[in-house]
Design a protein around this ligand. Structure first.
Ligand code: TYD
Ligand code: MG
Length: 456
């Protein structure tokens, strides 16, 4: 009898090892190695390439034909923007996110709204009845949508050949298995194999395929990280399941820019697009409260006004706490050190809590100045004028640094009826300040200046 070959795979990044390891040398995660059989059953397997026997040949670039309508426009504007103008023919797109965030809802909704195309939604997680119930909740008239509940990749390919759909959705890649690989569905080798086969299918037929991939915080289920380099586009679906807002972020896009986001709101009848996010993020503020300010940030090409909140209080324990939600803690420590060293605020003995409203995560450094003002406002217990907003980075010596795309930020702030926007003095060269009628652009160079102008 042939000896069964096994290897250990990191379930987070797919690193292979002959023996079990406690810590993955590739991605540094702990306890992620699982033994998997890697015997290939050459007889039983079919797969897309084997079923179709197509072999690729070298071809002159001028002889390659490109189809008339290379992109399928999706319903709505948010997803199209994130994808860079729609789904590209033959593209393999991965939508990843934590369980329960709304991936199935988003895709079913998309499938129901895409009326003039023949679609196949393959689910390995829910029954036909459950999917129908969900569709009823979304309350969209039914369209040319086929539902297929199957987990075997060979069966799926057989049906794909018969049905010839124009868009395929697979929910989720963790439930699909190929007979070619002996390990269980959801293991790294299965995920890798199934994705590779689906990629071949998408490329040869030019049918776009969307796959769903679950991620968990502890990485105990095979993470879609291994897939990221195989697929064309990775969309991450994020948000707090306690909050209503969901954000689709493009992490990788072979056919468009990354760093684009689409914002949705989870309602009882599915996900609704949020076309003017600033309005919603700023909705609940009438009273003047200390510790909150507004930052004019950019998410991709879109300006977004975001409320930053800080709470500074005397530390109860010996070691003061620094907690931040939606903002990098290291960046927070840096800003606190700048305020302490350059401006003499004694924050070293204080607890500092930071929050970005709406469950958002912000990486744009232009949020720095608003954050600094929130911290100072809470520390001194003086509210900042609610009609002020901020767009600048803070440097290590307390200087106010310029940020890109300033005009877009100012326009958005003006649209939202802010009176004044604080920007870096080094940012306004060539800026036509007379263009902005409703808002005053206030250039500042140092934190002291900001304190004078904001808290005077
Ligand atoms: P789901 O799409 O099943 O998540 P995933 O596929 O990412 O695991 O979303 C599940 C959550 O969405 C669930 O908690 C219920 C909620 N939901 C609504 O609030 N409104 C709706 O119309 C639907 C269909 C789901
Ligand atoms: Mg689901």
């Amino acid at each position: 009898m042939a000896k069964v070959k096994t290897a250990y795979y990191c379930q987070s990044c797919g690193h292979e090892s002959v023996k079990w390891l406690g810590k993955c040398p590739n991605c540094n995660s702990w306890n992620t190695f699982v033994e998997e059989r890697n015997t290939k059953l050459s007889t039983a397997h079919q797969g897309w390439a084997a079923q179709n026997g197509q072999q690729s040949q070298p071809i002159l670039i001028q002889d390659i034909s490109v189809s008339e309508e290379p992109r399928i426009k999706l319903p709505g504007i948010e997803l199209n923007r994130v994808l860079g103008g729609g789904l590209v023919a033959g593209a393999l797109t991965l939508i990843s996110g934590e369980p329960g965030i709304g991936k199935s809802t988003l895709l079913l909704q998309l499938a129901l709204k895409l009326k003039n195309k023949k679609l196949l939604y393959i689910s390995g997680e829910e029954s036909e009845q459950q999917i129908k119930l969900r569709a009823a909740r979304i309350s969209e008239p039914f369209s040319n949508l086929y539902i297929y509940t199957e987990t075997s990749l060979d069966q799926i390919f057989l049906k794909l050949t018969q049905l010839q759909p124009q868009l395929v959705i697979i929910d989720s890649i963790q439930t699909i298995f190929s007979d070619k690989i002996e390990s269980s569905p959801g293991s790294i080798s299965q995920i890798r194999e199934c994705t590779a086969e689906l990629l071949k299918y998408a490329k040869t037929t030019q049918v776009p395929v969307i796959i769903v991939g679950h991620i968990t915080k502890d990485g105990s289920i095979a993470g879609p990280k291994v897939l990221e380099h195989m697929v064309d586009t990775v969309l991450q679906f994020e948000g707090d399941s306690n909050h209503l807002h969901r954000i689709v972020r493009s992490l990788k896009n072979r056919f468009g820019s990354t760093n684009e986001i689409g914002i949705f709101e989870m309602q009882t009848s599915g996900l609704k697009e949020v076309t003017n996010p600033s309005e919603i993020l700023l909705a609940q503020r009438d009273e003047q409260l200390s510790g909150t300010t507004i930052a004019a940030t950019m998410e991709g090409l879109r300006p977004l006004l975001i409320e930053t909140q800080a709470l500074v209080s005397s530390a109860v324990y010996g070691t003061p706490q620094r907690t931040s939600t939606g903002f990098d803690t290291r960046r927070l420590n840096l800003l606190l050190a700048v305020l302490e060293k350059r401006n003499g605020f004694k924050l070293g003995t204080k607890d500092v809590f930071i929050n970005i409203a709406g469950g958002l995560k912000v990486e744009d450094p232009a949020i720095d100045l608003a954050m600094v003002c929130s911290i100072l406002s809470s520390n001194e217990d003086i509210p900042v004028n609610p009609r002020y907003c901020f767009a600048a980075e803070v440097g290590l010596s307390g200087e106010i640094r310029p940020v890109p795309k300033l005009e877009l930020r100012i326009q958005e702030a003006e649209k939202m009826q802010f009176e004044k926007i604080f920007v870096s003095k080094y940012n306004i060269k060539g800026l036509d300040k007379t263009k902005y009628k409703g808002i005053k652009v206030e250039p500042v160079a140092r934190i002291e200046e900001v304190i004078e102008k904001v808290f005077a």
